[in-house]
Design a protein around this ligand. Structure first.
Ligand SMILES: Cc1ncc(COP(=O)(O)O)c(C=O)c1O
Length: 621
């Protein structure tokens, strides 16, 4: 086995496997395309074994994406077969294409004839048999019977079976190219010469067909029609399914159907989000009794860790409650436990502000409303006048208005309430864990949050963090719900270290793991991570020409509301991204069919963002 960059070894076959296989993502996230299995072995091994059977003695495999995995597979295979395998590394696979990869393998082909093969080709032996026996200097394997899509390489063939044009962008072609060609030594030299010429310009994004086109101007590239033979070039999920149908084992077909049904989606929506393996593992911890000391300890640890995320420093002043239920449960617990005597001032500039208003109406609370257009920043002077005039007891607002992505100025709004000694309810459901809430510095009375957004745990738990004095004051009033009676929760939590009803025990395990994930590296590190992801995401989308609903100064580091490109409807756009494995959020309310939302919270990495941007580019191209 030889590991080469460009050294000379006489090989006849060059197999290109460097690409990321983005169209097959998320299948190819962990497993490079060449290592996907068909008929019990990888696509690459299948190809190499076929070549071996046809007497090809040398092959150079160009590796790039997840090269370690491919290299290991080749080293293992080398021990089992007679032919010599050389590995050529294309470390620039992310910014280059097949021409660059092929050119890297030139050193392995000197003096030999070349069999150039796309590493995602699955075909029956007869295809190789015909190609190797064809009596011509240069042969392209084509299929005249295929319906050709945008992604396919098309060939225009004249009536002597000679290629006259080739490329993906050919308006029409008479055949589809299989990604399989055979050149004599003379044509091979010309191919590499043209490849070098093309690459010299510094543009490394060419496909190898570009060099074929140049060679074609002075050479006959004969087309061998394999119509009727079985072959698949695996670009998309459907192709892989076809390959398994044509060549796979029954067990593989079954496994693929199952994995396709439960295939992983990349959640770029504002919660629920992708969670870490640590969180997933925590869900399956051994059961504990929910009225036993083990749960009380877990409960208290979680509450203490949560308090840190809320910005509590003095636990004698503030405490945290955890409720079964999503973020709405926490908001409803607070508003439903205040009694009817309190006067609320609810300010809204989006859907979740509206929900607070609807909730107060439902509970028949005495509330005044300042209602702004979605995405309009609050006028702090106006809010201050309203607080002063209205005889308000409590100012209620959403910190991060998820429906638009606007981060409302929590410290300034809280300062207004503080100036007039008013209470505050802050809905931090989608900001907690992504931006500082600083409940204590901001003297917030009650603040709500939920597990399945920036905290990055699974859905099902929500939180109310608040002043102990304010929780105690609830004793005097009758709650509107027995289950969500906040005072009752406070008493159970603080005095008995329990919840009034059955807690979702396993969700507490998961929540603790998520909180550890946030706190271990420091809260600020998590804030910085989300900010960096948001910056990368926005940069990538701007480069693609997308426009945003808000100006960047008002955006949270949690999500971006993006205008839909002209000609797309919300559902169609959503579906196209979904098919590529990415879940975004359709615009709500006034933003329906005008915008979509992309969040960057949870277990999303910079490479996930990069791939998401690539997927977006494919959808709009
Ligand atoms: C700011 C805000 N508040 C409240 C909610 C309601 O949370 P849930 O739908 O999880 O009950 C959401 C949900 O996205 C939200 O973003």
């Amino acid at each position: 086995m030889q590991r080469k960059k460009r050294n000379a070894v006489a090989v006849q076959a060059v197999i290109l496997t460097a690409g990321e296989g983005k169209s097959l993502f998320p299948l190819t996230r962990e497993c490079p395309k060449a290592l996907l299995k068909v008929s019990g072995i990888s696509i690459l091994e299948r190809l190499i074994r076929q070549l071996d059977r046809f007497g090809v003695r040398h092959a150079a495999v160009v590796v790039g994406y997840q090269k370690e995995q491919v290299t290991t597979a080749l080293i293992n295979l080398q021990e089992k077969i007679g032919m010599t395998l050389a590995i050529v590394e294309n470390d620039r696979f992310a910014e280059t294409n097949t021409l660059y990869s092929a050119a890297l393998a030139e050193g392995c082909c000197r003096n030999g004839s070349l069999l150039l093969i796309d590493g995602d080709l699955v075909c029956e032996d007869a295809v190789f048999d015909h190609l190797l026996r064809a009596n011509a200097e240069a042969v392209l394997a084509v299929d005249t019977g295929r319906v050709m899509g945008e992604e396919e390489v098309k060939v225009r063939v004249d009536h002597h079976n000679v290629a006259v044009a080739i490329g993906k962008n050919l308006a029409s072609g008479s055949a589809e190219f299989l990604g399989l060609a055979r050149f004599s030594p003379a044509v091979t030299r010309e191919f590499f010469l043209e490849a070098k010429r093309l690459l010299k310009s510094g543009n490394h994004s060419h496909f190898y067909e570009a060099a074929f086109s140049m060679v074609m101007s002075h050479r006959r590239l004969t087309c061998l029609d394999v119509n009727g033979l079985k072959w698949v070039e695996i670009d998309f999920m459907q192709d892989y399914e076809d390959a398994l149908r044509l060549f796979g084992l029954p067990s593989e077909r079954q496994a693929f159907r199952v994995s396709r049904r439960s295939r992983r989606h990349y959640l770029f929506c504002p919660g629920p989000v992708l969670v870490s393996d640590r969180v997933k593992k925590a869900l399956t911890r051994p059961e504990i009794g929910h009225r036993e000391v083990e749960f009380s300890e877990l409960f208290n640890r979680v509450r203490l860790k949560l308090a840190r995320v809320f910005g509590v420093r003095n636990l004698h002043r503030y405490t945290c409650l955890v409720l079964n239920g999503s973020g709405s449960a926490a908001n409803e617990a607070v508003l439903g436990s205040l009694g009817t005597k309190k006067k609320l001032l609810i300010i809204s500039n989006g859907e979740f502000g509206e929900r607070l208003i609807r909730l107060a109406e439902f509970l028949e609370l005495d509330s005044q409303v300042v209602r702004l257009r979605w995405g309009q920043p609050f006028d702090l002077d106006e809010i201050e006048r309203s607080v002063r005039r209205s005889g308000t007891d409590m100012l209620c607002f959403v910190h991060h208005e998820t429906s638009t992505g606007m981060l409302n100025p929590l410290p300034k709004l809280a300062a207004i309430a503080k100036r007039y000694s008013k209470d505050t309810l802050v809905d931090a459901v989608s900001s907690l864990g992504a931006v500082p809430v600083d409940i204590e510095d901001n003297e917030i009375t009650f603040c709500t949050g939920s597990a399945n957004k920036a905290i990055a745990s699974v859905p099902g738990l929500s939180f109310v963090c608040g002043k102990r004095a304010a929780f105690n004051a609830l004793k005097a009033v009758k709650a509107r719900s027995l289950y969500l009676d906040l005072y009752n929760h406070f008493v159970y939590s603080d005095r008995k270290y329990q919840t009034p009803n059955t807690p979702a025990v396993n969700l507490f395990f998961a929540l603790e793991a998520a909180l550890d994930g946030i706190l271990d590296g420091g809260l600020q590190t998590t804030f910085d991570r989300y900010s960096a992801l948001a910056t990368q995401l926005r940069g990538g989308m701007k480069n693609l020409g997308f426009r945003f609903f808000l100006s960047e100064e008002h955006m949270s580091p949690v999500l971006t509301t993006v205008e839909l490109p002209v000609g797309f409807e919300g559902d169609e756009f959503h579906e196209r991204l979904r098919r590529l494995g990415y879940i975004t959020y359709p615009g709500k309310g006034i933003l329906k069919d005008r915008a979509f939302q992309v969040a960057n919270i949870g277990q999303i990495s910079h490479s996930d963002v990069r791939r998401f941007i690539d997927a977006l580019a494919r959808v709009v191209k």
